[in-house]
Structure formats: structure tokens, C-alpha cells
Write a new protein. Structure first.
Length: 264
């Protein structure tokens, strides 16, 4: 069934999404102790790939529209879709987003978190904390009777209150038996715009928040998105399902590292 071209999933589908989301979260949980200065983004990719395969799942990004690796690794001013490389070595203080999507029993689990190699400075910590808060604020708005853009309005309001900007070029998306379906979940907007949220809708919320301007550009590899002004960018992502009374987060950490940055 669909509403406004948005798939409406059945109650039994929540179980499948719960399993897929649980695995994506498990992969990210394991990175908390792995990511440190001196590691390459390719090593992170290979570690994730091995763990996904070991759990009888498929890394969704691998060969998706030509993407060459199993996860996305986006460092410092890379907004999203960074390609893992043996030449990209993390230095002390680097911030990195690792975006993991698995296919388990035909269902997609999609989540990303920010990590810090070594010690984080206050400027970057505040960016990471605010971005994570934006994710939680967006999820809080995702309930039956609300409208899709209510999510983006609250995210934008919080980010801009801290003098950060919200990336416009990329957004959350519907998900389930396909990687990307309607709706497009913007992280900015006006109250009351867009379709009404209904039980059974599955989608990601994944705000990308910049220290500087929101404008981005794509590098020559056709994938890597960076801030035009080279300011640092952060992103956190969960996959959720709308329930009768609110929502269920399918991709919650099992070791309390949804925000895997040590306080300063």
C-alpha cells in the first residue's frame, strides 16, 4: 500500500527492519574502539565489509550506481559519500562519518555516526553534539499526524540557533525492501508542508550540519561531496518506522555509542 507514493509497511515488516537496523548499528558499535589516528579509511571499509559478510548480509553501497566500496567514509570537510582509500590516513583530531547500509533478508538497514580519531577540540565537539541533537529533535517530530516538513523545520531551527548551517543538497529517504524510496526527508523547511506521516512509513533522518556555509560541491570522482568553503561538516543518521503512537528507531546502538565521542 502507498500514500502520496510513500510505501506503507505492514506490522510484520517492522520485525525485518528491526533485524536489518540492528545489524547496521552493530557494525557502527564496533568502530568505537577501531577508529584512531593512523588508521586508513580503507581499513575501516574492509573491517565493516568483513563484519557484514560474516553476519550473512550484503553491503548495500558496494557497486550501487558504481560506488566502489562497502561503506562511505567522510572526513572533516567531506559532507557525505566519501570513498574509502588506503591513502586517506586519519590524523589526531580528524572527525569522520561512517555510513553503513546492510541488506539482511532483503531489507535495508541504514545508519551513520560521527567518530573522532584521537582527541577532539571544543569547536568540533560542539558541531558534533549539535548535529546529534538535530537528529534527536527530528526524530521527536516524526509521529502520526505530523507533516514531513515538521522534521526539517525543527532541525533547521536548532542548527541555525547555534549559528550552523543545514546542507540542502542531500536529504533522508524512504527505505525498506529498496535502498531509496519516497519520501525525501529534507532537513529544513516550514511547519505543515509535505505529506502527513502515517503508521507504517519507514525512512531515514540524517541531518548534515556545517560549521560554515551550507553550499557543497561534488568532486571529480562523481561521489564525494565537500563543503565549498572547506568548513567542517557532521552527520548522524537513524532509520525509523512510524508507529501508531510515535516511532521506532531501528538502528539504535547496543553499546551506548549512538554518540561515540568522549566529552571534553
Amino acid at each position: 500500500m502507498k500514500s502520496n507514493n510513500i510505501p506503507i509497511n505492514k506490522k510484520e515488516d517492522f520485525f525485518k527492519m528491526r533485524n536489518a537496523g540492528h545489524l547496521a548499528a552493530k557494525i557502527l558499535d564496533n568502530l568505537f574502539d577501531l577508529i584512531e589516528p593512523g588508521i586508513s579509511t580503507l581499513e575501516i571499509n574492509d573491517y565493516c565489509h568483513s563484519l557484514i559478510i560474516k553476519n550473512k548480509a550484503i553491503p548495500a553501497p558496494l557497486n550501487y550506481k558504481g560506488f566502489p566500496k562497502s561503506v562511505c567514509t567522510s572526513v572533516n570537510h567531506v559532507v557525505c559519500h566519501g570513498i574509502p582509500s588506503e591513502n586517506k590516513i586519519l590524523n589526531n583530531g580528524d572527525i569522520i562519518n561512517v555510513d553503513v547500509t546492510v541488506i539482511l533478508d532483503g531489507w535495508y538497514g541504514d545508519s551513520s555516526r560521527m567518530y573522532v580519531a584521537g582527541k577532539v577540540n571544543k569547536k568540533n565537539y560542539d558541531l558534533l553534539k549539535t548535529t546529534y541533537e538535530c537528529l534527536l529533535i527530528g526524530i521527536e517530530e516524526a509521529k502520526p499526524g505530523k507533516h514531513l516538513s515538521d522534521i526539517g523545520f525543527k532541525i533547521q531551527e536548532h542548527a541555525e540557533s547555534k549559528n550552523y548551517s543545514v546542507v540542502r543538497d542531500f536529504c533522508g529517504h524512504g527505505i525498506g525492501k529498496e535502498f531509496h524510496t519516497p519520501p525525501s526527508v529534507l532537513h529544513y523547511g516550514n511547519v505543515g508542508d509535505g505529506p502527513e506521516l502515517l503508521p507504517g512509513m519507514f525512512f531515514t533522518i540524517e541531518p548534515m550540519i556545517n560549521l560554515g556555509d551550507w553550499k557543497v560541491k561534488i568532486l571529480k570522482d562523481g561521489w564525494t561531496a565537500v563543503t565549498k568553503d572547506k568548513s567542517y561538516s557532521a552527520q548522524f543518521e537513524h532509520t525509523i518506522g512510524i508507529t501508531e503512537s510515535g516511532n521506532e528507531i531501528f538502528t539504535l546502538s547496543q553499546n551506548n555509542t549512538d554518540f561515540p565521542i568522549k566529552e571534553i
